[in-house]
Design a protein around this ligand. Structure first.
Ligand code: XMP
Length: 333
């Protein structure tokens, strides 16, 4: 599947039978392309890189080397889930790098959103390149490129203006020359999910809501501090837990917490208590270009508010963002 154009005759993968046929075909193609050589993959734990990892493990086993960089901006439990699934269950060749301190030191005092994105993207490439140089005899780089990415790059090449500089794994230094392996590049997201389930990946991993490359970094508004980032991660985990319990997780496209760098006066145990507000965002969209607000029942909002303000140190209010896109973008930064 070397062409970047999806043939009109290609059937949409909507069930396990079609997914299994795709998997068999890809396993053959990957083996033919790679032979007995080695492949490197940046495994973020998102749907696309996870499906590519599972496909390659099926095709070439330990010839795949996965690198998971924890930039310290992951959601609660995410890096652990990657280690558990790929390192333990699938026994993949997995290199885990905890780069939390390196990122948070670089980001200290940086408040401009685009500068934050650039630092996070550039550092990722540097860490990944460092690891790639340490490993010997790797000829291929696998990527979780999907069809919308290819359509997006066509638009970018036509000079359409972007609102935010979304980062991905592209742009490795010149000395690192790899041949690309992109087994899902002609698939749409819904097809990637069907293939993921057919490969035996857990439902939660395959249906994981989209998560921006810069992670919690663009939800901890302004200059990131460790204590506010910690509060954000805990509050976000509570929101996800409550959405899972009431069935909203299945209905809402993207939902998360944002914490601005402001404090307000509150009261706790009869004393003045200055804390940050946790802002809840829950949106539905088809293509992320426009988005509508999901109506969260008041009872659910009350429960989330009660849990966040009592369980998370540093937060004394919970706000609910009811702004569609436009005028708000989905993320706050
Ligand atoms: P916005 O905020 O532009 O978000 O309405 C649209 C979608 O893109 C995600 N997003 C990003 N994804 N790198 C990414 O990989 C980024 O820098 C980035 N910024 C926003 C956002 O989560 C939403 O799904």
């Amino acid at each position: 599947m070397s062409s970047n154009i999806r043939p009109e005759t290609m059937e949409r993968i909507t069930n396990f039978e079609l997914a299994n046929a795709f998997i068999d075909e890809q396993v053959k193609e990957i083996r033919a392309q790679v032979g007995d050589r080695k492949v490197l993959l940046a495994l973020s734990g998102g749907v696309d890189s996870s499906v590519v990892a599972a496909l390659l493990i099926k095709a070439i086993g330990k010839q795949l080397v996965c690198v998971h960089v924890n930039h310290g901006l992951m959601r609660k439990g995410e890096s652990e889930a990657v280690i558990d699934m790929f390192g333990n269950t699938l026994e993949a060749n997995l290199i885990y790098i905890d780069a939390t301190d390196r990122y948070l030191d670089l980001l200290a005092g940086v408040s401009d959103p685009e500068s934050k994105r650039k630092i996070i993207g550039k550092e990722f490439i540097e860490i990944f390149a460092e690891e790639a140089r340490k490993l010997e005899g790797i000829d291929f780089l696998a990527q979780g490129t999907i069809y919308p990415d290819i359509l997006e790059s066509v638009k970018a090449a036509e000079g359409k203006k972007a609102v935010k500089s979304h980062h991905n794994v592209g742009g490795l230094p010149e000395d690192l020359k790899f041949e690309l392996v992109e087994p899902i590049k002609l698939l749409f997201k819904d097809e990637v999910r069907v293939v993921g389930e057919a490969l035996g990946l857990p439902h939660a991993m395959v249906y994981r809501q989209p998560f921006p490359g810069p992670g919690l970094g663009v939800r901890c508004l302004g200059a990131i501090t460790r204590d506010r980032l910690h509060a954000l991660r805990e509050a976000d985990a509570i929101l996800r837990d409550e959405f899972d319990k009431c069935g909203l997780a299945e209905k809402v496209w993207q939902y998360f917490v944002v914490i601005p760098d402001i404090k307000s006066v509150g009261v706790k145990d009869d004393s003045r208590y200055e804390g940050w507000p946790a802002i809840i965002r829950a949106v539905n969209t088809k293509d992320a270009m426009t988005a509508s607000i999901e109506e969260i029942p008041y009872a659910v909002l009350h429960k989330i508010c009660a849990r966040i303000t009592s369980e998370v140190e540093g937060i004394n209010r919970v706000l609910y963002d009811i702004t569609p896109k436009p005028t708000g973008t989905i993320e706050w930064e």
